[in-house]
Ligand binder design. Structure first.
Ligand code: B1M
Length: 232
């Protein structure tokens, strides 16, 4: 029997278990990730800590080895699938806070880009904070955003891009909103690993959000300003 088969996740202490989950995520072992998430929940970990410390932590290692040519697309897809298994368990728990609805957001990954893990995480955290979220999925041309803005009337438009080649498309969407006289109707928040504050400003977004927690804080901040303006 191999050494790996001997590992009983529930017998590991928290640190060992998180380390093991990094390995399991790396190896794309969805069932093991789901088991690890459930064990940490039973041990009283908050869903947020499990997400950020065990799942996102593991994905960061995958990201480095993908960059360095140690892992390739098929392996990364398996890792992403395992991560989604864990996120699926956490999603209802993050949304369970019972917070009153604080606003509505339409979010999608831009045209040409199929990365959705970060966007999904942002959606989950926003829902957990009491926002209603309409998720347009991946590879969205400007028409999709416009249609959703019209039918959903959100407060916030969120866009995600993970590639340096797709991030300029965010400007296409914002410029189209401006041309159609709609830009001021929405709070536009952008995010994704290759972006930064400067880029967010340059394309005319209201804010760049470094991660999902910052997205929630920024969205809340803009919503309270909006309410103050309406009241004032
Ligand atoms: Co892709 N990929 N990938 N990939 N991939 C990156 C992005 C890359 C940096 C890897 C690398 O080389 N180091 C690189 C981009 C390089 C560049 O542009 N400079 C890259 C590449 C090159 C590619 C392909 C071109 C590879 C190829 O085919 N040769 C290809 C492109 C496909 C396409 O989109 N057209 C590709 C494909 C893939 C997979 C399909 C295999 C898979 C995606 C699976 C999926 O998403 N369902 C994949 C993955 C998983 C990655 C890495 C490893 C991980 C991304 C991730 O999920 N991170 C990534 C490496 C990396 O980023 N370090 C990489 C975890 C996630 C929680 O973080 O997405 O950053 P992140 O989201 C954060 C914040 O950015 C922020 O909050 C999130 C949570 O905290 N945020 C927002 C994100 N969106 C937001 C929106 C907001 C607010 C905040 O709105 C309000």
């Amino acid at each position: 029997m191999s050494e790996e088969e001997d590992i009983v996740l529930s017998e590991l202490n928290d640190d060992e278990l998180v380390e093991q989950m990094f390995d399991d995520l790396y190896d794309g072992l969805k069932e093991e990730i789901e088991e690890g998430v459930n064990i940490l929940l039973e041990r009283g970990w908050t869903p947020y800590d499990i997400l950020t410390k065990a799942l996102v932590g593991g994905m960061t290692i995958v990201g480095h080895d993908f960059r360095d040519g140690i892992l390739f697309v098929p392996e990364v897809l398996l890792a992403a699938n395992a991560m989604k298994g864990g996120m699926f368990i956490l999603k209802p728990l993050l949304a369970e806070t019972g917070a009153p609805r604080v606003g509505k957001m339409v979010i999608g990954t831009v045209k040409g880009d199929i990365h959705d893990i970060g966007k999904n995480l942002v959606s989950m955290m926003m829902e957990g904070a009491g926002f209603e979220v309409v998720d347009l999925g991946i590879n969205n041309p400007v028409e999709n955003y416009l249609e959703a803005l019209e039918t959903e009337s959100p407060d916030i438009l969120g866009m995600s891009a993970l590639l340096t080649t797709t991030m300029p498309y965010m400007k296409v969407v914002i410029d189209t909103l401006t041309e159609q006289g709609l830009r001021e109707d929405y709070i536009v928040l952008v995010g994704g690993a290759p972006l930064n504050e400067e880029f967010g400003k340059a394309i005319g977004a209201d804010a760049y959000c470094r991660d999902a927690a910052v997205a929630v804080e920024t969205a809340k901040d803009f919503m309270s300003r909006k309410h103050n303006q309406l009241a004032g």
